[in-house]
Ligand binder design. Structure first.
Ligand SMILES: NC(=O)c1ccc[n+]([C@@H]2O[C@H](COP(=O)([O-])OP(=O)(O)OC[C@H]3O[C@@H](n4cnc5c(N)ncnc54)[C@H](OP(=O)(O)O)[C@@H]3O)[C@@H](O)[C@H]2O)c1
Length: 223
């Protein structure tokens, strides 16, 4: 089975649709998960430590005995503006990075002891390797995610565990991420189609067998 944290919208939703489309089981997690609409999954608020703890327990009950083929980390939200003006900056730190860690750790602990190989997929951002001058906290969370992915890939190699870590460094995509603060038409028209990005990710994850891969998908390349 496949697990997608942030599989209720955007890129995660596209990955879920394509993997389910080939007949495989996918459990999705999101802040607004609805069984009727998103199918098998769980509602979690990554800002809330109690919700995160509850979810790891539920995951253990629902799929602790299942083989996990992949775990994908797609949850997050964005912001553009001055640090001084951003509301609840701690929320972004929790939702985009710290709150996801116990869930990622639950999946990792399962995956490293499995008999068959599996894939640990981190959906990062170009904001995790290059700064901008108008979203310091988002940049910080994405740099943290990049560092985590690179380090856990190195750990997989050191421990020789049967897990391939795949980091994707993504440029702009046309997803609900931008609802309410979409950039101007000229910039937005260069953003990638999340369906095409999802296909590219799934193909790379299927084919590449290595403790760690890092793939850059710039905006303007899969429109
Ligand atoms: N779109 C872009 O241009 C772009 C570019 C580079 C990188 N990225 C990164 O790609 C990833 C996916 O983004 P997307 O474009 O697919 O955005 P999206 O459509 O807004 O999806 C974001 C996902 O994160 C979940 N999420 C948000 N807040 C949450 C919370 N408090 N608790 C639990 N889940 C929460 C959402 O759940 P609900 O929908 O259920 O609330 C949704 O499943 C993000 O990490 C983003 O930083 C996006």
């Amino acid at each position: 089975m496949h697990i997608i944290l942030g599989g209720t919208s955007g890129l995660g939703w596209e990955m879920m649709s394509q993997i389910r489309g080939r007949g495989e089981r996918v459990l999705v997690m999101g802040h607004n998960h609805e069984e009727q609409y998103h199918g098998e999954g769980l509602r979690v608020d990554l800002y809330d430590p109690n919700s995160v703890e509850q979810i790891t327990n539920q995951l253990q009950d629902m799929c602790g005995d299942e083989h996990i083929d992949s775990f994908s980390w797609a949850a997050g939200y964005g912001y553009r503006g001055n640090f001084a003006d951003q509301a609840d900056v701690r929320s972004m730190g929790e939702v985009n990075f710290a709150g996801a860690l116990p869930i990622a750790q639950w999946a990792w602990r399962q995956m490293i002891v499995q008999a068959k190989p599996s894939k640990f997929v981190v959906l990062g951002s170009v904001s995790g390797v290059r700064i901008r001058s108008d979203n310091a906290v988002y940049i910080a969370t994405k740099f943290a995610q990049t560092g985590f992915a690179r380090a856990i890939g190195a750990e997989a190699a050191r421990l020789e565990v049967p897990v391939n870590v795949h980091l994707f460094i993504l440029g702009g995509m046309k997803t609900p991420f931008w609802t309410g603060w979409q950039p101007g038409d000229e910039e937005y028209s260069t953003f990638n189609d999340p369906r095409k990005v999802a296909s590219e990710i799934i193909e790379i994850v299927d084919v590449k067998e290595s403790y760690f891969t890092e793939t850059l998908i710039e905006r303007g390349t899969l429109i």
